[in-house]
Ligand binder design. Structure first.
Ligand code: ANZ
Ligand code: ZN
Length: 800
């Protein structure tokens, strides 16, 4: 091949793969199955980003290799197409989001196909297709029927710019994750999902899966399980109690005051006794900020003392003051704390502002300077003095339980999942609100409940969904009692559709079930799931939660959806910054493919660096990969006959098969490619490659550069299609060279090399060295004093 004509070659093979449906996975085939999954994209108007091909190529490599190893591989693709950008575009242009979505999906598909992925396109899913979201709604109904979906007045994070309620995780650094707009607290009646019921299992079952450590850690931290106690503090001269949650019952002797959240209900209960109620209520008004702002460590501590009431420390019997401050959240623990300023940084700062007593109860620090949060022995605490923190915690918990003033308690940072969105472009929530019957689920036979056409996609002025403008849609008779009732107008969050899509791929056209039992049993679990680090808290948690629920109601057969989870690093612009339009450093994959070809883009993105780390784009790097493939294409001119590996290349062939096979499984795509480049260089040095070697080489490179290798395979006249070939095997013994090169030194100076058997004795080596006198060139008058052979390393000669 003179010119590596990638355009024709790539087009040709993509058409063949498509026409012959080469990568269609058949359920139930009598081979071991392998399910490889990548996160399906949100089909934005911008099209594919060069970040997408990194994970997609990686698992395409894995999938292609697994097929050649004899697995029945499921490698599906689809679109997570509900969501805000499409809706915002619809608001701006008036074009129906379904049309925008269709166009965007078409564009994404064209781009994905132009990259030559071995996706099974027959199993494509689209979360906005009523045939798909019928089952998203069905899952919601099952959650509702099991009491796991409920509606609650809830102070939510409300984005003032998107005019939409946000889950905690959509609030990043106090602003809206999507638009950067200001987020305020707003009380709204919201659908919630009880993910907290699964909190323990979501942590404990991580034991049984193979997720990379940082992914496991992000799940565990997000759930935030802590062990402690709830302890009751009497409010003096009343029958009321304040219950606190503490992880440090061992420090109770140091609890010199209490703090309640400004929203705590005791304020209402005891309003007649609180003499400065005005100030207390004013403080409550001021606390309407995000949890993030309220708990920031270095934020100035503000609050107000509740005059007229006080509490009693149940262990010391001392009277202590009660404050209300926004650093205590109503949404965590009991909304009240016992403050231990000597050993808690926030309490310390607060005590300094309000000049409150600080009593050391753990030795080891200097509490005149700062809170001591380290380890030490308990002091100033008669019942537990001298104990370490761990034993003291346990002992104090027992004491508290014996005295009947508290109990052991496990707490979680994880909150229930706010499942309502006041938006149009999402799955309608299939619930009817009847004045007599309350919330009535839509009959399952009426699913899917499809989105009606609306005139305007904007939320209403008071932030309700555009469906709230459609009485003709939401007015309905109650299915239970026939009274006038209303449909729910909130829609589901984008997280809904992606919480179970991996199940739908197993049986995407089923209209009787979300997927057949046969398909689920055959394909699940997902063997390997790769996706972005940014999805390893929420998406992963939500889908694991739904999966566990589906397990509990007998729909799926496994406790966890994903056996293995890995994450790739982001691809940055050439200037090492995140790619963005405003920075002008965005690379368009279409342009790269047009100029260099899909195989080059694939090779480059796999060669770009350590898969798990961020990597800056480099045009020179792209060109380097193109040169490599050009060299590969010219290898066909160097082919010589041979049915087994030649003596010169045997070792390198076995080494390469071994390295590539292992590296493709362990995210080391870059070093696998480097090894293939090394082999290529050797072939060029030798000026030839035999058919057996070329055949193996093409198989090894195929998962990375599938078009070029298929073409070369066909041109060389090898049997069938390359992607159907068997993955080559290596012989461990042959990965170590039989012959090794030994440098010769005379008086410490390098004089040349000899080639010897790797197990050769000193005598044999000496023999060879002396036969090569030309290399040594020792003058007649010099006398050899000593010769030393360091086995396998070096041959030293000392002359006089
Ligand atoms: C006394 C104490 C002493 C505490 C000490 C800590 C250190 P994690 O580990 O995150 O669960 N706390 C409890 N409820 C709170 C709320 N609603 N808002 C703000 N803070 C709250 O943290 C539990 C600790 O956070 C609890 O233990 C409590 O302070 C505080 F040396 O109680 B601790
Ligand atoms: Zn009714």
């Amino acid at each position: 091949m003179e010119n590596y004509n990638f355009k024709d070659i790539e087009k040709k093979w993509q058409e063949i793969w498509d026409k012959e449906q080469c990568f269609h996975a058949v359920t139930g085939e009598d081979k071991p199955k392998y399910y490889a999954l990548v996160e399906f994209p949100y089909p934005s108007g911008q099209g594919l980003h060069v970040g997408h091909p990194r994970p997609y190529t990686a698992l395409d490599i894995v999938s292609r290799k697994k097929r050649m190893e004899g697995y029945n591989v499921l490698f599906p693709m689809g679109f997570d197409a509900f969501g805000l950008p499409t809706e915002n575009y619809a608001i701006k242009t008036g074009v129906h989001p379904a049309i925008v979505t269709k166009n965007n999906i078409d564009n994404f598909k064209r781009q994905l196909k132009s990259l030559g992925y071995s996706f099974d396109w027959q199993r494509e899913v689209d979360t906005t297709d009523p045939k798909y979201y019928k089952w998203t709604q069905w899952i919601f109904l099952q959650l509702f029927k099991k009491g796991l979906a409920y509606k609650k007045e809830f102070p939510i994070n409300f984005c003032t710019s998107c005019k939409v309620g946000l889950a905690n995780e959509e609030v990043v650094n106090g602003v809206c994750e999507r638009c950067g707009g200001e987020v305020v607290r707003k009380v709204k009646n919201q659908w919630m999902l009880k993910i907290t019921e699964y909190a323990d299992r979501l942590i404990d079952d991580l034991e049984d899966v193979n997720f990379i450590d940082r992914v496991k850690t992000s799940q565990i931290n997000w759930i935030g399980r802590s062990y402690g106690a709830e302890i009751n503090f009497d409010i003096k001269d009343t029958s009321e109690k304040l219950t606190v949650y503490t992880t440090r019952p061992d420090t109770i002797y140091g609890a010199t005051y209490m703090v309640i959240s400004p929203e705590h209900p005791v304020i209402e209960t005891l309003k007649d006794k609180i003499s400065n109620l005005d100030k207390v209520l004013e403080n409550k008004e001021k606390a309407k900020k995000s949890d993030f702002e309220r708990t920031e460590l270095n934020k100035e501590k503000t609050g107000v003392k509740l005059e007229g009431i006080s509490a009693v420390n149940p262990i010391t019997g001392k009277e202590i003051s009660i404050f209300a401050s926004d650093y205590v959240l109503m949404t965590y623990g009991t909304g009240a704390i016992m403050a231990v300023p000597a050993h808690d940084t926030r309490d310390y700062e607060f005590a300094k502002v309000f000049d409150l007593p600080i009593i050391e109860v753990v030795s080891g620090g200097d509490i005149t300077k700062e809170a001591y949060t380290g380890d030490g022995k308990i002091v100033n605490s008669p019942l537990i003095d001298g104990l370490g923190i761990k034993e003291a915690k346990e002992k104090m918990t027992e004491i508290v339980e014996e005295k009947g003033i508290g109990k052991r308690k496990t707490n979680f940072k994880l909150r229930d999942w706010v499942f309502s969105r006041q938006r149009y472009w999402g799955e309608p929530i299939p619930i009817i609100n009847c004045p007599h019957c309350g919330f009535v689920p839509l009959d399952e036979s009426e699913l899917p409940l499809t989105l009606p056409d609306v005139k305007d996609y904007k939320p209403t002025d008071d932030g309700e969904s555009p469906l709230k403008n459609m009485p003709e849609w939401y007015n309905i008779k109650c299915p239970k009692c026939g009274a006038d009732a209303q449909r729910e107008t909130d829609t589901m969050p984008q997280w809904a559709g992606s919480s179970w899509y991996y199940l739908r791929y197993t049986d995407p056209d089923n209209d009787k079930e979300l997927a057949s039992k046969e398909a689920i049993d055959y394909w699940m679990n997902v063997d390997w799931y790769n996706g972005g680090m940014e999805h390893t808290t929420l998406h992963l948690l939500y889908s694991r939660f739904w999966h566990k629920f589906l397990y509990d109601i007998g729909v799926v057969n496994t406790k966890e959806p994903y056996q293995k989870r890995t994450s790739h690093g982001m691809i940055l612009g050439e200037n090492h910054e995140k790619m963005s339009k405003s920075k002008g450093n965005v690379v368009n994959p279409d342009e790269v493919i047009d100029e260099f070809g899909a195989d080059t883009l694939r090779t480059y993105e796999m060669f770009i660096g350590d898969f798990e780390k961020v990597a800056p784009w480099s045009e020179n790097g792209v060109k380097g990969c193109k040169r490599f493939l050009d060299r590969v294409s010219k290898m066909e001119d160097m082919i010589v006959d041979g049915v087994e590996y030649s003596k010169e290349l045997t070792t390198l062939m076995h080494q390469t098969i071994k390295k590539v096979s292992e590296d493709f499984e362990t995210l080391k795509f870059n070093t696998a490619i480097a090894q293939l480049m090394k082999l290529t260089n050797q072939v060029y040095d030798n000026g030839k490659i035999n058919r057996a070697e070329f055949r193996t080489f093409l198989i090894l490179l195929n998962p990375v550069a599938p078009h070029l290798t298929e073409e070369l395979w066909q041109r060389a006249g090898f049997e069938g299609y390359l992607h159907d070939a068997d993955w080559p095997k290596y012989d461990e013994a042959k990965t170590v060279a039989d012959e090794i090169e030994i440098p010769i030194q005379i008086n410490g100076k390098f004089k040349g090399k000899v080639s010897v058997g790797k197990e050769a004795s000193e005598e044999e080596v000496k023999d060879i060295v002396h036969k090569q006198n030309a290399v040594l060139n020792i003058p007649e008058d010099k006398k050899i004093l000593k010769e030393i052979y360091v086995k396998g390393r070096i041959y030293n000669i000392v002359v006089k």
